[in-house]
Every structure is written in C-alpha cells, then in structure tokens.
Design a protein around this ligand. Sequence first.
Ligand SMILES: *Cc1c(COP(=O)(O)O)cnc(C)c1O
Length: 441
Amino acid sequence: MRGLPAVHRLLSEPAVAGFEPALGHDALKTIAQGALERARAALAAGQPFDLERALLAELEAAAAARLQPVVNATGILVHTNLGRAPLARAALDAAAQIGAGYSNLEYDLERGQRGSRYERVSARLAQLFGADDALVVNNCAAAMLLLLDTFARGRECIVARSELVEIGGGFRIPDVLERSGARLVEVGTTNKARLADVERALSPQTSLLLRTHRSNFSLAGFVEDLDSRDLAALARRSGVLLVEDLGSGALLDMTAFGLPRERTVAEALAEGVAVVAISGDKLFGGPQCGMLVGSALALGRMRENPLLRALRVDKTTLAMLDATARLHEGEHTRLQIPLYAMLASSTAELRRRGEAIVARVGQGRLVASRAAVGGGALPGATLESVAIAIDRSDADLFARRLRNARPPTIARIEDGRVLFDLRSVLPDEDGALADAIAASD
Ligand SMILES: *Cc1c(COP(=O)(O)O)cnc(C)c1O
C-alpha cells in the first residue's frame, strides 16, 4: 500500500492534470481520492487494482458528462439531442447585455410603473409573421398546453387520425389533450380525413379544431388531408376555433434552399387558422421557446390564463428571441442566423472547407452527402451536402473515440465508413474537427 501515490502526486501527473480545465480542481481531487480509496480497499483484500487506468476512465466519464460544446458532423442541422439551433452572435450578445444587469423587462420607462413582459417582442413577432398578435411561452409543448387549457378544458377537440402524432421526447398529442382536460374526438382514418368527417363530429361540446404538423413522418400513397381554408370556414360557421401546431414553422419559402415547399406560418394564418403554435429553436433558429401567433381575441384569452405564469420565459430568452426576430427582418441579416448560413452554404464552399480539413489530417476523401434540416421540419427531405469519408475497419471504435475527443465530435457511420457531413459543422469549428479526427486516429 505504501506503493500508492499521495493525492497531490496523483494530481500533478500530466494525464490527470489535463482534466483540470474541464472538471475544476475540487472535483478532480474528489475523484482522485475516491480512486485511491478503492485502490486501498482492493489491495487490502489482496485484489489487483490498476489505479491509473481506473482513475483516467473515471475522469473521462466525468468530463464527458458535463454540458459542453460538441462538433455536429451528423448532417442534421436542427438536432434535438445536440441542442437544436445554434444561436446568432447578436442573440448571444443581447442575452449577455440584458442578463448581466437590470432591464426594463416588466417596467414602463415612459410612465415609471410596471409594464408588460411580452409587449415588445409580441409586436415584433406579430409583424414578422403577419399576425394580429403573438405570445411567447417556454416551448411549443407549453404553447399547446396553454392553448388547449384555455379553449378545450372540459370540451371537445377534433383531430384527424392522420395528425395524431408523437413528437420526439414523448410529446403525444392525445396525451397532451387528456392532460389539459380536453376530450379528443378522432376523425377520418390513418391516411384520409375529409371535411365531412369533421362536420359529422361537430357537437355543441366542440370548442377546437386542431391541426398538427406531421413533423417526424410522412404519408405516401393514397392520402387525403384536410384543407385549412375549408376548416376555417367551418369553424367560423360553427363558432369554434381552428388552431394548428406547426412545430418547426417555416417563415419563408424553403425552396430557396433546395428544399421542398413547406406551408409557412403566414400562409397558415392567411388560410384562416386562428392560432398557430411554433418552436423558437427549430426553423426559427432562436432560443428555446414556444410562439403563439394569430388572432388578438384568442391570444387575449390565453394571456388571462393563470397557467401563463407557470410557462413564462426569462429575460435572456426574450432578449435572444427579439434579436433573432430582428435578423429575420432582412434577407441578408437572416444569414447571420447560423441555421440559415448553414442552409445557404453552397456545396462548392463545403467542398473547399472539406479539402482543407482533409489536407490537414492527411486522410479521408470528399463524397457527396445528403443533409437534413431535422427538428421536425420537412420530414424526409434532404439537401445536397459534402462529407469527409474515412474508411475504417474499426468504424464503431473510431466513432467512439471521436465522441470522447476534445471537443467531442459526432459523426455518422454509413456502410462501414465514418462520414463527417460539413453542412452541420459551423465554419469556425473546422480546425477543431480536424484536431478531433487526428486525435482519435
Ligand atoms: C417539435 C414539435 C413540438 C414540440 O416543440 P418544443 O418546442 O420542443 O416543445 C410540438 N409539435 C410539433 C408538431 C413539433 O414538431
């Protein structure tokens, strides 16, 4: 046992000390002491114990468990597991500025008294989406909860079976409806729903017609979907509200990026949908939040719902959302939102970056790849991309080493090749990607 080093000696070993920037001195010491104790116990019991190996494994696990930046080389731009949309510099600056001190978050500077937390950003969002009014909550799931709680509690909500979706992370439309005290009335079949189905299902108990974006799947073959214009007319005639969970929510015609046509939020509103709910950190490219846009009357009722207080967003989210919305106001400024810069990047540009990385690491070659928007936007649709392909017999092991590299790098394995899709790699991470590849070799 006298062979075991003292803690301070252990901590000064370069391999151990290398973890200090990531874990901090105190955590490093605690882990080292724990490993030493286990080594002592093992030796006392006459069992072998490889202290260095055990300690390094623990340090690696602790370092990997931290919340930290990773390089996303999956080719999925809005990757929910990897934090969805990267934020624009202007959004981060706004969060730092508002977060570091006091602000007029709920203070009316003109009148010197309490003001509204939502007013400013609501006006900007309403303008941006061509809506009468807007409201912001914690995420799109919260937006749906508020919507259903306000309008459908104890009432009936009609949904087409073909739109009864489960979004990732266990968000199931039928369950959310049940939780909010609404009674779900399903109409149509798995592949078809017609206006007549909805008409037949209407009752004096109906308060909502709900449409949901099929975010993570698509229907092919004999499919018939409801038309929002017809539904809006029916809703008006019957005194019920037509609402839609658009999820990702396209702001503009996505064909500009070589993607299929996707109904925009403004189009849904123009068709007569009274309230649309979308996420802030998907196609909008902003912070996590949920935006409700549409009729001032409907949004006014949601503002009065006490539940809003529990779903509200903080000042830094509002600052980031406002800054991101401002960037969306101009076609050029929109490209300062990382998601749109990635969408707009040409394959020639991706190839140029890829060549530089390949030259630096001295392995791999460029191949054509298909990237995806992800985040429940345009399910199944892909866009042209370029990837670095590295053929390896130990692809799984290599991918694992990449995940443990600094920064951790998430690649894609296809046909035994490890692919690094450059469309989802932020340009200022090219150097880090090259280092991670070289270090994982
Ligand atoms: C992603 C998604 C949600 C959930 O959005 P969050 O902002 O993550 O709460 C809800 N509905 C649809 C259709 C979605 O695509």
